[in-house]
Design a protein around this ligand. Structure first.
Ligand SMILES: C[S@@+](CC[C@H](N)C(=O)[O-])C[C@H]1O[C@@H](n2cnc3c(N)ncnc32)[C@H](O)[C@@H]1O
Ligand code: SF4
Length: 415
């Protein structure tokens, strides 16, 4: 992150939360027992396997390995048993299975979902991430039969040349057909991930991609600019003028197709049942290597290293590698962050922050500048918020994830 934006983010963080910089540090975790987990926590499961690694992807991934799957999923079930003894309940909570590409594990994933639901109760929603290539008719039917209610497909683009610059097998002809089969299968919500600012990408091409997703029945469309992680300069993001043009194009085209904004990157059909998101959840427990856990007073990451994660879980220990205790101010700041991400101005949240008066003044100022109305951010507000969030969160991801990929148990990291 460049020095100036880092300074601005820290100053805003301090101004709003009244917490010193030292509070925002991840420290090595040496817990021998799980913390008490509220039965109101949702579940996030990380399945890191992918058949091919995309060079631009920052996620914690692991090469496809059929032989590893039985032990991997058994370990996930052991971790589920451990957090259930610490108080977590799956019944009526949401279950999100992300990656990686969970669907590349085929029947192992389906068996895992069946066993998890049988042993720990019926979740209110089950969401799964997939790439186009892993969605065979067998897999679509299997996911539906296992009770999956929401499916996200990483299409990135329907354009063969753009896919080639992303280093993906050109699945453009297949993607529209797969999307059609998925939207006809009767999931509650089907999300399509698209990307912008791929090499030589034009807005006209992005428009064609969006139309293809709309015409083939996507309930939700999420468009990310391509971020370049783990470079010497931190995360490289598209230039601001380009992003402004892209962002207003995105809002205009989505609204002209009848979709409404549901987060800084996602747009949904107005009648869609429940939005697809891993981040709507304020409190969740993470299972799997690299999964995060967010409790009322604690934020923690499991070790990113698959072997170390398996070893910890089979020894009956939490697999946390890094953790950050959260004060009530930090928890309120975290909740505020995600409300803004979902484009809402929270009514009561500011009262839980020590510096609530500053937030009250800030929201009056934001209204005068046309950045928000009483309860929601306007397009202009969403643009500025998403830039600020990118500066902060993407650089924070860059820092934590790159350290965690280098070593299973990193030293203290200050944000
Ligand atoms: C964990 S992937 C899951 C889907 C599946 N593995 C795939 O790639 O199709 C989630 C999404 O993150 C987005 N993503 C990954 N790396 C990104 C990057 N460097 N910049 C912007 N978006 C990225 C992609 O749109 C991708 O679909
Ligand atoms: S973008 Fe998806 S398929 Fe590519 S490496 Fe990342 S998680 Fe795997």
């Amino acid at each position: 992150m460049n020095f100036f934006s880092d300074l601005v983010c820290r100053a805003i963080r301090h101004l709003i939360s009244a917490e010193s910089g030292d509070s925002f540090s991840f420290v090595p975790s040496n817990r021998r027992t799980f913390p008490r987990i509220s039965d109101m926590s949702d579940f996030y499961v990380h399945v890191p396997y992918c058949r091919n690694h995309c060079r631009w992807c920052p996620y914690n991934t692991r090469p496809y390995c059929n032989d590893e799957f039985p032990r991997f999923f058994e370990t996930l079930l052991s971790e589920a048993r451990q957090i259930a003894s610490a108080g977590a309940e799956l019944h009526d909570r949401s279950l999100y299975i992300g990656g990686g590409t969970p669907t590349c594990t085929g029947r192992f994933l389906l068996d895992f979902i069946d066993r998890l639901v049988k042993d720990f109760g019926n979740p209110s929603t089950i969401a799964v991430e997939s790439s186009v290539d892993e969605l065979t008719l067998y897999m679509i039917g299997g996911l539906k039969d296992s009770g999956v209610t929401q499916l996200s497909i990483g299409v990135q683009s329907f354009n063969g040349e753009r896919l080639q610059s992303l280093g993906r097998v050109a699945h453009q002809a297949k993607a529209a057909d797969i999307l059609k089969s998925v939207t006809h299968a009767g999931f509650d919500n089907v999300n399509v991930d698209l990307m912008y600012d791929i090499q030589r990408h034009t807005l006209a091409e992005l428009g064609e991609d969006i139309h293809c997703a709309v015409d083939n029945g996507a309930d939700q469309i999420t468009v990310y600019p391509l971020f370049r992680f783990f470079t010497k300069q931190g995360v490289i993001m598209p230039q601001i003028i380009k992003r402004r043009r892209f962002y207003s194009f995105l809002w205009d085209i989505m609204r002209s197709n009848g979709y409404v904004p549901v987060s800084v990157w996602s747009f949904s059909r107005p009648n869609a049942t429940r939005n697809f998101s891993s981040v709507h959840r304020r409190m969740f427990v993470g299972l799997g290597p690299g999964a995060a856990t967010s409790l009322e007073r604690l934020f923690a990451f499991n070790t990113f290293n698959c072997k170390a994660w398996m070893h910890r879980i089979s020894s009956g220990l939490p697999a946390y590698s890094l953790e950050m205790p959260l004060s009530s101010n930090m928890r309120a700041l975290y909740n505020l962050y995600w409300s803004l991400y979902e484009l809402h101005l929270p009514k009561i949240l500011s009262k839980t922050l020590t510096r609530d008066r500053i937030l009250d003044f800030a929201s009056i100022g934001a209204r005068l500048l046309g950045l928000c109305d009483k309860e929601t951010l306007t397009q202009r507000g969403a643009f500025w918020i998403h830039l600020m969030q990118n500066q902060y969160i993407l650089n924070y991801i860059n820092k934590i994830w790159s350290a965690s990929m280098r070593t299973p148990f990193p030293d203290m990291i200050q944000l």
